[in-house]
Design a protein around this ligand. Structure first.
Ligand code: UDP
Length: 246
């Protein structure tokens, strides 16, 4: 495993899924809740100008290099690391959870999406203990009761799909109050696992063009993303300057 630091945010680049699973298993028996995030180019762009968000990513125990932007930056810094998509990490954790009988809780996405994902996961992981689930459209005043519900469910792992930056802010805010051992932000993964959205075909993934496929599936996304992507490109070309001054 290599550790690459970008803006003080440590990325764990695992050499294999086996190595990832071994590392994760250690946390199942830990005495605190750790977070797993998958910062992409947009999240790094935000971290360059939002100290609070940067702090959240810096405090996270595990950040995985999901996006191609992180790979390009790492390459510039002299590291040759592999992509580890968040959805694949989530599936590996589910396999572990099923084998080790660690109950899981799913928080996020639309009600019908999380429900159909749970139905599908029951078929894919027949022995998985699903402690509970709920959609991701709630008010701030409901958050206390959600944390209580997750804690009362007996879950050991919590997957949060509220999109960025909501899921990272949520996990960081409640990490100390959660009884789970692992809380992971998984973006749009519930949409994919419910069957609502498709992942890119293998060949496109191998070419590191999954981001382009996602944009083509939902062209409106590009409008929201362009400003952050431009910031990331600027950061890419000036990263030495940023690193020195931050
Ligand atoms: N989402 C949610 N609550 C919100 C906003 C988003 O549960 O208040 C869910 C949304 O339904 C989707 C997931 O978060 O399942 C990811 O959303 P989006 O595609 O906007 O985020 P990204 O993939 O860009 O992180």
């Amino acid at each position: 495993m290599q550790i690459v630091s970008i803006l003080g945010i440590r990325f764990y680049a695992f050499d294999s899924t086996e190595e990832f699973k071994n590392e994760i298993t250690k946390f199942f028996v830990g005495d605190k809740c750790i977070s797993i995030f998958t910062p992409n180019a947009e999240m790094i762009a935000r971290a360059t100008e939002d100290e609070n968000f940067r702090g959240i990513l810096m405090r996270s125990e595990i950040n995985l290099p999901d996006g191609v932007g992180v790979l390009l930056l790492s390459k510039k810094m002299g590291f040759n690391i592999k992509r580890f998509p968040g959805i694949e990490a989530m599936l590996e954790i589910l396999t572990l959870a099923e084998t080790l009988k660690v109950p899981v809780y799913f928080l996020g996405a639309k009600k019908e999406v999380v429900e159909s994902m749970v139905d599908r996961l029951k078929l894919r992981y027949p022995n998985l203990v699903i402690a509970g689930y709920r959609d991701g459209y709630f008010k701030e005043e409901e958050e206390d009761s959600i944390i209580e519900e997750v804690n009362n469910s007996g879950a050991g792992i919590l997957f949060v799909a509220l999109g960025f930056p909501k899921q990272e802010i949520f996990i960081d805010r409640y990490k100390n109050r959660l009884n789970v051992k692992i809380a992971m932000g998984v973006g749009g993964s519930f949409d994919v696992l419910s069957g609502k959205k498709k992942r890119a075909p293998e060949i496109i993934r191998k070419l590191n063009l999954e981001w382009l496929y996602r944009i083509l599936q939902d062209p409106k996304r590009i409008l929201n993303r362009v400003p952050n992507l431009i910031k990331f490109i600027k950061f890419y070309f000036k990263y030495e300057y940023y690193e020195k001054n931050n």
